[in-house]
Design a protein around this ligand. Structure first.
Ligand SMILES: *[C@@H]1O[C@H](CO)[C@@H](O)[C@H](O)[C@H]1NC(C)=O
Ligand SMILES: *[C@@H]1O[C@H](CO)[C@@H](O)[C@H](O)[C@H]1NC(C)=O
Ligand SMILES: *[C@@H]1O[C@H](CO)[C@@H](O)[C@H](O)[C@H]1NC(C)=O
Ligand SMILES: *[C@@H]1O[C@H](CO)[C@@H](O)[C@H](O)[C@H]1NC(C)=O
Ligand SMILES: *[C@@H]1O[C@H](CO)[C@@H](O)[C@H](O)[C@H]1NC(C)=O
Length: 508
């Protein structure tokens, strides 16, 4: 009987396909049809668009590094086939230069530093180091922009950040409010005056290598500004490097990342982001440029990519399989740039098996108030028999939340221009339903994988704070990224590659 129904089922599919063919319209109309939300779907476009940005502890510039200028740079080019000159019958014309690479961003653009004018620069930003960088990003975006539907897009964004903070310099606001100098209670690394410096960023413009037709380019540098990088990553210096490589006309770009911490810079971050192409992106209170031409919104989107972790970055490397950033106010309204009422919301899965759960039945302040299972059942964190404590590393509450459920643990008030809320999860069977790792070690060193994560449904199920009785916020994720945060651990090296990245949203 079972066999019988299977056959008729197959037959039905056959007839359906046939019918579509007979009508001469071959349209695959599935109920769940997805399209790409990013400009460069799957990183397959030869004409690359990539940029780099660097942030200090509170996502600003603070002070430019002398050799780099304003810490924003881009590598954007288009390839044209050179017209061959006919030279007889059997012609392998012009084998040396079959293609021409036209770079859209010049060295002069990339080296722009505060004070130097450029097209579109607002007068009030010219001598403000933070505003200058934000506008330089828009300028680079203008040069790199690719027209597309429903929106133009600009570039993948490499993001660097140092966690150093000089609390005596009073550079970072607290939950969005300016505060004066204060003594540090051992929360932030700082070797003294100037510890919040920006790194050097050097640039190897993308070139086409013959004869194997490999396109390759790189950004690299160090926060240790006196370090000699001519011999690469030697000695105990901090280091960052992202190399991109692709065979012309084939496959995906492969982004190869290296991040190294040092005694002076033990807390460093390196991410590859798909940011919003306009408006604010996660953690940044200035208009941004990016790759997400459609902003993915929970619960309907997926993220696909290939990740190969080569070196983990030590036990304190919070390697984010998926990191997402958004912003909404505690009353559920969208952010508008008001840093005292906007709240950045982050969620990430940490896949380093050295990272353990801090959320326990006897440490409820770092657990979200409840967990929601895929079937919608909610379990309160005090339900010790059913709450999946091991699925959570850490939850922290926004510093401006007025109705937080006790006990709570407030998020670091300094590391964003506005208050923030963070939910960090760990590989666990409860996330398996969404395609995430079910146990520690999955996707880690020696286990490269192509993931297709149902980030939309997972992020819809996560707890985020809102004032009681307010309509639920639209969870729109302006930043979707991958990478690591080595948290206060010197002399550690992380190394990984990312390729095939895509964000998929339902076709409207
Ligand atoms: C780097 O630092 C480690 C520990 O801090 C030390 O053991 C090692 O000798 C240093 N290496 C160099 C080349 O300075
Ligand atoms: C920003 O938000 C706070 C808190 O809601 C409010 O008191 C303040 O007036 C707002 N500032 C502006 C410029 O709208
Ligand atoms: C981190 O994990 C590795 C591999 O499981 C293990 O060998 C090492 O002892 C762990 N280190 C710490 C500090 O837990
Ligand atoms: C929902 O899922 C949870 C966890 O798998 C299970 O314990 C619970 O019984 C389910 N509830 C319903 C109504 O199916
Ligand atoms: C668990 O928390 C809920 C919500 O705060 C509360 O109503 C309930 O009494 C608590 N149960 C226990 C056993 O503490």
């Amino acid at each position: 009987m079972a066999k019988q129904s299977k056959i008729s089922c197959c037959f039905l599919v056959f007839v359906l396909v046939n019918l579509i063919f007979c009508n001469g319209v071959l349209s695959v109309r599935a109920e769940n049809e997805f399209i790409s939300a990013v400009g460069d779907s799957g990183m397959r476009r030869d004409n690359l668009r990539v940029a780099i940005e660097s942030w200090n502890q509170c996502n600003e510039v603070g002070e430019e590094a002398l050799q780099t200028g304003s810490p924003r740079a881009a590598d954007c080019f288009d390839i044209y086939k050179a017209t061959p000159q006919p030279q007889g019958e059997v012609c392998f014309c012009n084998q040396q230069l079959p293609y021409v690479l036209v770079h859209r961003v010049t060295e002069q653009d990339n080296k722009l530093r505060m004070g130097e004018p450029f097209f579109g620069l607002q007068a009030e930003s010219q001598f403000n180091v933070d505003l200058y960088a934000a506008e330089k990003e828009l300028y680079l975006g203008f040069k790199c922009q690719v027209e597309d539907t429903p929106n133009p897009w600009q570039f993948w964004m490499i993001m660097l950040k140092s966690g150093n903070m000089d609390t005596y310099a009073a550079k970072c606001p607290k939950n969005g409010h300016r505060v004066g100098p204060f003594p540090d209670q051992n929360s932030f690394p700082c070797f003294g005056k100037g510890c919040m410096n920006q790194p050097s960023i050097y640039h190897d413009y993308t070139k086409l290598q013959l004869p194997d037709m490999i396109l390759k380019g790189r950004f690299f540098g160090s926060w240790d500004l006196e370090a000699d990088l001519s011999r690469g990553m030697v000695g105990n210096i901090s280091y960052h490097s992202v190399t991109w490589e692709k065979k012309l006309g084939e496959g995906s770009w492969v982004f190869h990342h290296v991040l190294r911490t040092s005694a002076k810079y033990p807390w460093l971050m390196l991410y590859l982001r798909s940011d919003a192409t306009h408006g604010f992106s996660g953690g940044y209170h200035y208009p941004t440029r990016g790759m997400s031409k459609i902003i993915p919104e929970s619960p309907n989107f997926k993220v696909r990519f290939t990740l190969n972790v080569i070196k983990g970055g030590g036990p304190s490397s919070q390697f984010y399989l998926m990191d997402m950033g958004s912003c909404w106010k505690n009353n559920g309204k969208p952010c508008d740039g008001n840093v005292t009422s906007d709240v950045t919301r982050y969620s990430e899965m940490i896949i380093n098996p050295n990272t353990t759960s801090w959320c326990h039945a006897n440490n409820l302040n770092v657990c979200p108030p409840y967990h929601t299972f895929p079937n919608g059942t909610r379990v309160h964190r005090n339900d010790t028999a059913r709450f999946p404590y091991a699925a959570y590393h850490l939850y922290c509450s926004p510093g401006n939340g007025e109705h937080l459920e006790a006990p709570f643990n407030l998020c670091d008030p300094y590391s964003n221009p506005q208050p923030q809320e963070i939910l960090q999860i760990l590989p666990h069977p409860v996330w398996g339903e969404y395609g995430y790792p079910k146990k520690q070690g999955e996707g880690w060193i020696g286990d490269p994988r192509t993931w297709e994560l149902d980030v939309g449904r997972l992020s819809q199920s996560l707890y985020f704070y809102q004032d009681p009785g307010t309509p639920p916020a639209r969870r729109q994720w302006m930043s979707i990224d991958l990478g690591t945060e080595i948290f206060k651990d010197p002399d550690q090296v992380a190394e990984w590659t990312v390729s095939d990245f895509d964000i998929l949203v339902p076709k409207q």
